[in-house]
Design a protein around this ligand. Structure first.
Ligand code: SAM
Length: 173
């Protein structure tokens, strides 16, 4: 997924959460567009070290327009999440059935018009303003039909034993 408009300092926590949701809900990586933020990258990599996902891509400072254009040239589909788009219920089955690599784009502040034009799909997770973290989570959940919530990374060091009360964390086998 591609995170647009990250403002180092101000958006550090939200962008970290976008990355955590991407990883936990089955995306292959997070690309932070146009700016570098070592602290977000290192926090996400640390989570991958412990909870698995060393192959989960975490990169920053990537030219976003070039990235989107190349993605399309290579045959991938671009899905921009925006409250102004087409309701998710109308398009998610079609997007899933394409069986193409999907680049999910979310913004922070106002997203430049060019991304609305470049996107193959502008998708609304409802038509109310909320959050890039929520929008990404709901989109991935609907895309994967809820199966992503069973995801466990094979290279995880720590695993959780579900417990009705308290916390049980064990070394993974
Ligand atoms: N005011 C900004 C705009 O006009 O684009 C939106 C800011 S919002 C806090 C940040 C991001 O959350 C948006 O760029 C979009 O990716 C996502 N988002 C927020 N509400 C959404 C919704 N209802 N559907 C899809 N994405 C949404």
């Amino acid at each position: 997924m591609l995170r647009l408009g990250h403002r180092p300092g101000r958006d550090r926590r939200v962008t970290t959460h976008v990355g955590l949701v991407a990883r936990a809900f089955g995306a292959s990586g997070i690309v932070i567009a146009d700016v570098s933020d070592v602290s977000v990258v290192s926090r996400l990599k640390r989570v991958c070290e412990i909870w698995g996902g060393r192959d989960f891509l975490v990169v920053d400072g990537v030219n976003s327009l070039e990235y989107v254009t190349n993605w399309k040239k290579l045959g991938g589909v671009v899905v921009h999440l925006t409250m102004y788009g087409i309701h998710i219920d109308s398009v998610v089955d079609e997007i899933r059935s394409l069986e193409r690599d999907i680049l999910i784009v979310v913004g922070a502040t106002k997203v430049p018009k060019v991304y609305y034009e470049l996107a193959d799909y502008n998708v609304a997770i409802g038509h109310q303003p909320h959050s890039e973290v929520a929008a990404l989570a709901v989109f991935l959940d609907r895309l994967y039909l809820g199966r992503e919530l069973r995801l466990i990374y094979s290279d995880a060091k720590l695993c959780i034993e579900p417990s009705p009360r308290g916390k049980k964390v064990v070394m993974c086998e």
